[in-house]
Design a protein around this ligand. Structure first.
Ligand SMILES: NC(=O)c1ccc[n+]([C@@H]2O[C@H](COP(=O)([O-])OP(=O)(O)OC[C@H]3O[C@@H](n4cnc5c(N)ncnc54)[C@H](O)[C@@H]3O)[C@@H](O)[C@H]2O)c1
Length: 358
């Protein structure tokens, strides 16, 4: 088992990564939550069907009293409506301030249940059991929890850290392949911003990663979590360093918004964003052209997109200028200087961005 500590200023917590851990959630919780704690497991229906029984058996084995509630899958559920509905469910099931919530699923469930936990009776402990690649390497660690407004994603939310994150890479075997590959977009991002070793590992072992080789998976997931944990510990509330995690995301968010969140999975939009923003870094003289070449090759090997023709560059720039990362018409980007090193650049000019998107 890999155990990593996230030393967040608001409280430290552990992330455990182990193949097969899903059948031992109960045992992992003893020592973190007293066995008198009533546990409310909230899962998305797909994940609940596959893993609900295993989690329940392990909770029984560990002596916990528990309740289970499944919600329909999909981003639509990360809504104010579902948020409100979950409070009815918690009350009906006898959940109180001495209870704890377990989010069993991908980033949708993690973000939603985390926000419910942050606000129910002014905050109850919550546990992240991430089951998608994106949730394991990204959304379950760092404490950003939120629901969407009908027109603005993640508009209503807060920072609220889980008491523990329990990640089992083996559950990724049942994840639809497109979801898995999309999650690799974030994995590549970590290599680009912080770890030449991870990037080189992906280059050399892309076949093992794509075939979900157990050792490769455990290595990739725990390496990404270690990078994120490090960044979150240094800058929990995104006042500085944490902004480098946005590499690829300025373009990705504009692309997702321009296509009504229906054309690209998040990780696919991120892959295209990584390419465009690296091209921008090369154009600005920050990074060598070789960085762009290696990135393009790796994304291709992993089956991720590197370009798109659905949205015109000027429309993307228009959307970026509406984004919160803009001040006085100058855009803010997290950009690579080399593979494994990124910086935040505050004064990128529109014509340079247009060229990089073209
Ligand atoms: N909080 C953060 O820091 C952060 C960071 C990145 C993304 N996010 C959020 O994460 C969300 C996207 O997360 P996601 O990509 O995990 O989407 P998701 O939660 O919708 O999961 C994707 C799909 O995979 C299915 N699934 C998940 N695990 C499975 C498994 N093991 N086997 C079979 N099917 C499985 C789900 O049912 C769903 O249909 C977005 O709402 C995004 O805003 C949050």
């Amino acid at each position: 088992m890999k155990s990593l500590i996230v030393n967040a200023p608001s409280g430290a917590y552990e992330v455990r990564v182990e193949n097969g851990l899903i059948t031992e959630i109960g045992r992992h919780l003893t020592g973190i939550l007293p066995t008198q704690t009533r546990i409310m497991v909230i899962a998305d229906r797909n994940v609940g069907k596959l893993y609900g029984d295993k989690v329940v058996e392990s909770l029984i084995g560990a002596g916990y009293d528990f309740r289970v509630f499944n919600i329909p899958p999909g981003e639509m559920q990360k809504s104010l409506g579902m948020y409100a509905q979950l409070f009815d469910v918690l009350l009906m099931m006898g959940i109180d301030r001495t209870s704890a919530l377990v989010a069993l699923g991908g980033g949708v469930v993690g973000d939603l249940v985390g926000f419910v936990a942050a606000t129910f009776m002014r905050g109850v402990p919550f546990v992240q059991v991430p089951t998608s690649l994106l949730a394991q390497v990204d959304s379950s660690v760092g404490g950003k929890v939120a629901v969407n407004h009908p027109v603005v994603k993640n508009l209503v939310g807060t920072f609220y850290q889980p008491v523990v994150v329990l990640a089992d890479p083996q559950v990724l075997y049942t994840l639809p392949n497109e979801e898995y590959v999309a999650g690799l977009g974030e994995v590549v991002k970590y290599g680009m911003i912080r770890s030449l070793e991870l990037f080189a590992y992906l280059e050399q072992r892309h076949d093992a990663v794509l075939s979900l080789d157990p050792r490769a998976l455990e290595h990739v997931v725990s390496t990404c979590i270690a990078i994120k944990a490090d960044i979150v510990a240094a800058d929990e509330r995104e006042k500085g360093l944490r902004a480098i995690l946005n590499f690829g995301h300025t373009v990705a968010h504009a692309l997702e918004a321009a296509t009504a969140y229906s054309k690209f999975r998040h990780g696919e939009a991120v892959a295209i964003g990584l390419m465009c923003e690296t091209r921008l870094a090369v154009k600005l003289g920050l990074a060598a052209p070789e960085v762009e070449d290696r990135l393009g090759a790796l994304l291709g090997w992993l089956g991720l997109p590197t370009k798109q023709s659905h949205v015109q560059p000027d429309q993307l720039v228009h959307l970026m200028l509406l984004d919160k990362k803009v001040s006085a018409g100058r855009m803010r980007f997290a950009l690579p200087k080399a593979i494994g090193e990124a910086i935040v650049v505050d004064d990128v000019k529109t014509p340079d961005v247009l060229t990089a998107l073209g």
